[in-house]
Design a protein around this ligand. Sequence first.
Ligand SMILES: Nc1ncnc2c1ncn2[C@@H]1O[C@H](COP(=O)(O)OP(=O)(O)OP(=O)(O)O)[C@@H](O)[C@H]1O
Ligand SMILES: [Mg+2]
Length: 249
Amino acid sequence: MAEQNSTSETLATSGGVPALLRVDEVTKIYGSGHTAVTALQAASMSVDTNEFVALLGPSGSGKTTLISIIGGLLAPTSGSIHLGGVDVTGLSARELTRFRAERVGFVFQSANLVPFLTARENLLYVAGLTKMPKSHARQRADQLLEELGLAARAKNVPEQLSGGERQRVAIGRALMNDPDLVLVDEPTAALDTALGRQVVQLLRREIKDRGKTGIMVTHDLRMVEYTDRVFEILDGHLTHVESPTTAGH
Ligand SMILES: Nc1ncnc2c1ncn2[C@@H]1O[C@H](COP(=O)(O)OP(=O)(O)OP(=O)(O)O)[C@@H](O)[C@H]1O
Ligand SMILES: [Mg+2]
């Protein structure tokens, strides 16, 4: 119980502190023995509050692995992640669940919506995992659905939505709880260029206006112009690059 309280305090107070993200020497090896795959090799990066960075790299290079570890969805084999002073890699399973609900907005490569809930209910559902007042949650859900061009689709369940619409609901859901850290995996893959730009601009605005930190995995160089810096992964090796070479692969 005492341990839980001290963590609650850490998580609560760190909300007011810049959500600086630090990734230190993170290595991920899937499996063991001769089937072992090294997906990340001593990856290090630092991203500031208010920064929106792009993560590029060919298929299989380790992008999803990296953001899954940063978001506390996957444990690294070694290395550490700090967000706003919290050692994410040191949290218990229970603390991690809370950390993810309150501080991380994750947009998966596949939208992963709850199939029997409408677009609006998918947003309200994640607000229910936190202490957000219901009236505020309804207001925020409606505002996000409007900004994402989904107001008219709010009452549709995922199977009644197009791929791009589902992806936009997933983005709304990720932003719903006003997370410090927004992690998006290929948010524009199912969108046409105009809509893709619109969605990435919305992400950028949320990150800039609300003091968040954002990492976007993308193959689309056109979306990179909305980000502040570019990182690239090649075979599990992460580097900060000035001029990306792998986009489009
Ligand atoms: N659960 C797993 N078990 C074993 N190997 C895995 C697992 N998940 C991913 N890998 C391997 O780790 C490497 C990195 O995978 P990852 O999903 O991070 O790549 P990615 O850069 O996101 O690729 P893509 O652009 O295709 O989504 C790949 O070689 C992949 O086959
Ligand atoms: Mg991936």
